[in-house]
Design a protein around this ligand. Sequence first.
Ligand code: FUB
Length: 334
Amino acid sequence: MSPPLITHLYTADPSAHVFDGKLYIYPSHDRETDIQFNDNGDQYDMVDYHVFSLDSPAAHPPKVTDHGVVLSARDVPWVDRQMWAPDAARRGGKYYLYFPARDKEGVFRIGVAAGDTPAGPFAPDPEPIPGSFSIDPAAFVDDDAAESAYLYFGGLWGGQLQCYQRGNAPECFDEKWLGAKEPAGEGARALFPKVARLSDDMRSFAGGGVRDLVILAPETGEPIEADDHERRFFEAAWMHKRGGKYYFSYSTGDTHFLVYAVGTSPLGPFTYAGRLLEPVLGWTTHHSVVEFSGRWWLFYHDCELSGGVNHLRSVKVREVFYDGEGRMSTEVVG
Ligand code: FUB
């Protein structure tokens, strides 16, 4: 059993990165609320972000430093509510915090804030990234000479991705955003996460715009089907690279698995490759994978600290292992 890493606050959706040899976590900051649990996720009513650093995930227990609040909803003019799962990136000596939130019309958009150090603070752009929508941004800066950067995003149900089935403009303005359903039925293709190249200044989408990140079923080579709820993308996009291969991992949402797919290009397609984590205590599951001092780590959350309250989560870590063919597991593999 992994113990909660942070116990003085509720934290979730941990995006872990190593910057200048130090391990940082960029999580959501859960808080108590009277809002009733619903499929729209209204109970995830967060208003700010803290940054944490960790001495070593291998320590028992790791020493965690809280660097305090680095961005608040009140400092972002376009944000109305619900600051959900963030991520961070470094490019050209600057640091960027990406975050989803609902705008004044109730539409999820993705914002960016910039800082000079990994522990913030971060100054937000006054408008969301043009053309952005839905939730769970995950930034990935490749190790090529150009430091090519990408933003992955999307999330079903409360994350509103089902409202963008025929393009990148919302089709449903239902108050609860659940008027549109994700696809279903024999042969229907799943909705896929989105990816866009980031411009050099990391604050907008570059040419090519937003496209689907297609995930294929290994047995058919065809896109994963919508009814395949144990493998279809739901939310919690994460990209990492190991041994020249790109690994895209995500949550299956209502079946509560963390799974991964492998590809040879950051733009896909990816082929489903297996499970990373079985369901934990609590409805949501969301993670990141990072290398630190030659070992690989899975940061994730569960609701142990709150005794099972779905919207009060806490971040944990466990080691990840790869076999000779690059398959991932949280159990040691031969
Ligand atoms: O933290 C709010 C939402 O719950 C995240 O954006 C999802 O990934 C899920 O973990």
